[in-house]
Design a protein around this ligand. Sequence first.
Ligand SMILES: Nc1ncnc2c1ncn2[C@@H]1O[C@H](COP(=O)(O)OP(=O)(O)OP(=O)(O)O)[C@@H](O)[C@H]1O
Length: 352
Amino acid sequence: MGTMIEAHDLSKVFRTAKRRPGLLGNIRSIVDPEVRHLSAVQDLSLHIERGEMIGLVGPNGAGKSTTVKMLTGILVPSSGSVQVAGLIPVKQRRELAARIGVVFGQRTQLWWDLPLIDSLQLLRHLYRIPEQRHRENLQTLRTMLDLDEFIDTPMRQLSLGQRMRGDLAAALLHEPELLYLDEPTIGLDVVAKTRIREFLLTLNAKQGTTVLITTHDMDDIETLCPRMVIIDHGRKLYDGMVESIRERFGGERTLVAVLDAAEIAIIAALHKDPHGQPQLPDIPTGVHVTQWDSPRLSLSFGRDSIPAHELVAWLGARYRLRDVTFLEPEIEDIIRRIYEEGLLLQDAELML
Ligand SMILES: Nc1ncnc2c1ncn2[C@@H]1O[C@H](COP(=O)(O)OP(=O)(O)OP(=O)(O)O)[C@@H](O)[C@H]1O
């Protein structure tokens, strides 16, 4: 494998001039500017292995773009160190550019008035790709992204989904080791989103391309990224597996059991809690019936109180169990809780 990105205590402080109100204030601001410091990224450490697909998540203004700009060498960090593919981005920006690809979902990198194929041909010279390699890569990408139906159309006439496919091809023609994607599925319909996600999964699996995605779409994260980094106010709140986040911050789990209606009616008549609500007798500690909608019962249980399979076995041993399903909390809701409750990385690390 090997390391693709290694950042230590990376910080970026922007200096902005603050305007004073009124005409006199305006004049004073020009002569004697009041400088404000904004910490966009603070002490961010990051280790990404080659071949990983990792999501960078955070609310607007969290510092995601600033981080990516430091990783590509566009912005000089205020402090800390960073290496990408063994290179120092700001010092070796040109070498790095030959080894990474960048796609912004909100704007195309390609020539607006040119047919897509012309842009893809021009990029051969820009990246100095040998002709034979360019021809082979172009053919592979044409097939994988199904570009032929619109490859002769100018970019300005393409749909958003087609444009994204064109942009991806352009970013991958020189076979980068690392691909940065900024909101790759923004504004796309479900079919186009699925297509882009499937392409990225294939690219990662077949070519081992490392992919770093910034997105607000939690479906992107759940489908593509085993690992995610959450940042807020420039600080890392969480760095770990997407699946673990449910276990640590997901609260109670819910099991929905479908039982036998006649059997359930008898239990409901015989067993009531102090509030007169029907109850399952001898229910394991930590398990609660949250909804009694015969023959369907919802049981909530703490992740630490009983393993899911034991709860299913307990039900199966006592009742005629017709069906079970588990309802997992949405990652999106969990992340909202993490922002709102300001849960800290130290907490998150306890469960990693
Ligand atoms: N060139 C700049 N000069 C001054 N402040 C900046 C500059 N670029 C970004 N900022 C500020 O730094 C903070 C982080 O911005 P950044 O663009 O990195 O956030 P983001 O997580 O990418 O947000 P979004 O999801 O909205 O794209 C914000 O408060 C932003 O206003």
